[in-house]
Design a protein around this ligand. Structure first.
Ligand SMILES: [Mg+2]
Length: 148
């Protein structure tokens, strides 16, 4: 499957909402952003299982910055869609949803916001909603993917 992950409050913390992977001195020097503990193992597992992993965010961070952050942790993803591209594509398709994964051929989108699930119901796309406090978030994702 072609899986997309939200960034903020799903992979990258907004404050101290979840535990993060460790950052070495080089990471600190280059001000690498923190990522959720377990992200690397989860993404590598999904890729090993044959899934494609993508980032789909409404953040205006540049794609190269996002790619660099992930690379620091040894993660490489297929495609990155940031808000600049998202707005452009959704506008061209006259879609008034904050996110619309099918526009980028993503089969299922993982996000922290229940509103995205509501949009999924309205626009007919699949979502997995993970709360920042979900400690067994990786297992939830792996199990939910089996039902899709
Ligand atoms: Mg989010």
């Amino acid at each position: 499957m072609n899986i997309s992950f939200d960034l903020d409050s799903t992979i990258i913390p907004n404050g101290d909402e979840f535990k993060t992977e460790t950052i070495g001195w080089i990471g600190k020097l280059f001000k690498v952003e923190k990522i959720r503990k377990g992200s690397k193992d989860l993404i590598l597992k999904l890729q090993n299982d044959g899934h494609k992993v993508n980032i789909y965010t409404t953040s205006f961070r540049s794609k190269s910055r996002i790619r660099r952050t992930l690379k620091y942790y040894g993660i490489s993803v297929n495609r990155i869609v940031n808000q600049t591209e998202n707005q452009k594509i959704l506008k061209s398709k006259n879609i008034y949803s904050t996110k619309y994964p099918p526009a980028f051929n993503f089969d299922v989108h993982i996000d922290d916001l229940p509103g995205v699930k509501i949009e999924g119901g309205k626009y007919n796309f699949k979502t997995i909603i993970i709360h920042p406090s979900d400690k067994n978030w990786a297992d939830i994702i792996i199990n939910e993917l089996k039902t899709i």
